[in-house]
Design a protein around this ligand. Structure first.
Ligand SMILES: *[C@@H]1O[C@H](CO)[C@@H](O)[C@H](O)[C@H]1NC(C)=O
Ligand SMILES: *[C@@H]1O[C@H](CO)[C@@H](O)[C@H](O)[C@H]1NC(C)=O
Ligand SMILES: *[C@@H]1O[C@H](CO)[C@@H](O)[C@H](O)[C@H]1NC(C)=O
Ligand SMILES: *[C@@H]1O[C@H](CO)[C@@H](O)[C@H](O)[C@H]1NC(C)=O
Ligand SMILES: *[C@@H]1O[C@H](CO)[C@@H](O)[C@H](O)[C@H]1NC(C)=O
Ligand SMILES: [Cu+2]
Length: 582
């Protein structure tokens, strides 16, 4: 008896020691959810044409990952194609587990064809809708899916939810998107564009051969539904609305918001928005209400100007046969969908998003900062090297940059370089903290400017616990444009936004330090700026980049290194044994 007591005692002590020493990668009291993702080709037909599509488990969109707050997650990825790949769990904090974050050559080397890698991490202190997607080349064109975190506590809104409806936007390409990127980089031109937007992989009735490829969801009059809206498109911000219905936003990027009602939403690639919808309209005899999404246009580059459409189908109406649409031209109208150029709507919508800031979910925005970095986010037009032919605008090549630094992927993972303390490898900590030349960023005549950029891997390095503010300043080089900037490994607070040039003397006084939105991706206003605050409490290397894939390819990116703090609980874990090597 005494013996077992002592043993028990030692057992507990051992566990306590393990936890204190930080040797346990995650809290062992929580269950582990396991998933198997096979990357494979699958023949998929859309818009009258079949093509081989890169998929996870043959599904398009890919499988949903649904876990509970606090769960440990293991996703075993078997790469069964003759291409490299990596996967990213977009918005997951990855506390101390940067090895599982996914961006190729930033936190890991690619998983090569035939190889396997298991992503292991814990989902802590986040709840709501996120997404996962490939983070290699332009593979996320078809390799994406929902990542849902069910909360530990009841929802902070009272409406009983009848059902959850995923609304995942994507783009349909006839071309191989890896080739689109390669051609773009080789010629210096802008990229080809997609043929259609999709809702849950389906373009809808405005496209040829697509009546059968239309997302339709049955609803019951008087019931409230939770829409988990995800923008997985490659290169386009989108507006979304459902005819005659309003949407109540309750959460963005897996952080609760103060609920507000809106006729439509704007959602940038990488962003997620959870809304409540009450089926409270009187349907006509068809019982159908269309929903639609199209681009929020802020660029002069060629773009996909199509509209994807789906339907809410009210139950118990005369016509419930799916084959009947387009029922009537009138039923294909979504009057509350903003016009493509409606920047006032986009601005008003973004400004309504506020953190819930309740006792259960306090808004932990840093009230003071240790460091402010002001960075331009810009397109560039690079002079063509003598030995190359560039067929971009004016015989030059398009690029993009932050503070005139175009990020070029290194040949090995930056996280590994950092962990092994290798000073070589070309990565430097000298990312400029201010634009190298001050100019009228958003005014002036851009065509008279020198729009060249510099190439490399300059990163921002901060000690553990730093409160850092990053001001993202759009420029008018080529065109002013809305850029969705995504930060890995941290949520941030959008404390201020504005049009024109950021004024360091005046604008900080107007910041919202009470209930600013908490996100992982900020849509920086076109011709304007956004100030974000981050508590750098996650040791590792974290990619910061534009979530328009074309801009990432052109170099609109950097990385942010958070050094280890005190002791194991503030230190990056060792790399897992199956981490791919370069
Ligand atoms: C979309 O663009 C195409 C090609 O540039 C053009 O022919 C068409 O009229 C445009 N459609 C809309 C709705 O603007
Ligand atoms: C062009 O010249 C640069 C050096 O000036 C060299 O690094 C590059 O490999 C050359 N490219 C081709 C296609 O010859
Ligand atoms: C990393 O390198 C720096 C500079 O060479 C050195 O001061 C530091 O002690 C090294 N750290 C480790 C963990 O090796
Ligand atoms: C960016 O760097 C290039 C190359 O060094 C230089 O020519 C250009 O003037 C710089 N532009 C800005 C805005 O700093
Ligand atoms: C795949 O990744 C490995 C490791 O970085 C690299 O050596 C190889 O060239 C890549 N393959 C392709 C086709 O890019
Ligand atoms: Cu961008």
């Amino acid at each position: 008896m005494e013996g077992t007591g002592v043993l028990k005692h030692y057992g507990v002590l051992f566990l306590v020691l393990l936890i204190i020493s930080g040797a346990l990668p995650y809290c062992s009291s929580q269950p582990t959810k396991r998933f198997q993702f096979n990357l494979e080709w699958k023949k998929v037909t859309r818009l009258c044409k079949a093509k081989q599509l890169l998929t996870v488990n043959g599904q398009f969109p890919g499988p949903t990952i649904a876990v509970n707050e606090g769960d440990n997650v293991e996703i075993k990825v078997n790469n069964r194609i003759a291409k490299n790949t990596t996967l990213h769990w977009h918005g997951i904090r990855q506390l101390r587990t940067g090895w599982a974050d996914g961006p190729a050559y930033v936190t890991q080397c690619p998983i090569r064809g035939g190889q396997t890698y298991t992503y292991r991490f814990t989902v802590a202190d986040q709840r709501g809708t996120l997404l996962w997607h490939a983070h290699y080349a332009w593979q996320r064109a078809s390799v994406y899916g929902a990542f849902i975190i069910y909360p530990r506590l009841p929802y902070p809104f009272s409406a009983p939810i009848q059902e959850e409806i995923p609304i995942i936007f994507g783009e349909w390409w006839d071309l191989d998107t890896d080739e689109v990127e390669k051609t773009m980089m080789a010629t210096g031109e802008g990229p080809a564009i997609s043929l259609a937007y999709t809702i849950n992989g389906l373009p809808g009735p405005l496209f040829p051969c697509s009546n059968k490829d239309t997302f339709t969801h049955m609803v019951e009059y008087g019931k409230t539904y939770m829409l988990r809206i995800i923008n997985a498109a490659l290169n386009d911000e989108l507006f979304f609305a459902i005819a005659k219905h309003s949407l109540t936003v309750v959460e963005v990027d897996a952080a609760y918001t103060k609920p507000f009602t809106t006729p439509a939403i704007m959602i940038a690639p990488g962003q997620t928005t959870t809304v409540l919808l009450t089926a409270n309209q009187v349907p006509d005899s068809t019982g159908m209400f269309p929903m639609a999404a199209r681009t929020y246009l802020t660029s002069v580059f060629p773009f996909d100007n199509s509209t994807t459409m789906g339907f809410l189908q009210y139950k118990n109406t005369r016509s419930t046969r799916r084959t009947k649409y387009p029922v009537h031209p009138r039923s294909l109208k979504v009057d509350n969908l903003p016009q493509m150029e409606d920047t006032p709507f986009a601005t008003k919508f973004s400004n309504k998003i506020r953190s819930l800031a309740s006792p259960e979910y306090p808004c932990n925005v840093p009230k003071t900062i240790d460091k402010r970095v002001i960075s331009t986010i810009s397109l560039n037009l690079q002079d063509c090297p003598k030995n190359k032919t560039c067929t971009g605008y004016m015989g030059k090549s398009f690029f993009a940059s932050m503070n005139n630094q175009s990020f070029v992927r290194p040949s090995t993972s930056i996280l590994e370089t950092h962990y092994k303390n290798i000073s070589s490898g070309g990565i430097s900590s000298e990312f400029p903290e201010k634009p190298p030349h001050a100019f009228d960023y958003t005014g002036g005549n851009p065509s008279t400017q020198n729009m060249n950029t510099e190439f490399g891997q300059k990163v921002i390095v901060v000690p553990y616990g730093t409160n850092i503010e990053i001001v993202l300043q759009d420029t008018s080089f080529l065109n002013v444009e809305n850029h969705p900037i995504h930060v890995h490994g941290h949520n941030f607070f959008i404390v201020g936004t504005g049009f024109g040039n950021f004024n360091e003397a005046k604008d900080p006084a107007k910041y919202n330090l009470v209930d600013p939105p908490e996100r992982n991706t900020v849509a920086v206003p076109m011709g304007g700026w956004a100030a974000i605050r981050i508590k750098a409490d996650n040791p590792g290397v974290w990619f910061i980049h534009c979530h328009l894939e074309e801009h990432t390819s052109w170099g609109l990116a950097t990385a942010f290194v958070v050094q280890n703090g005190q002791g194991p609980s503030q230190s990056l874990l060792p790399p897992p044994p199956d981490l791919p090597s370069c």
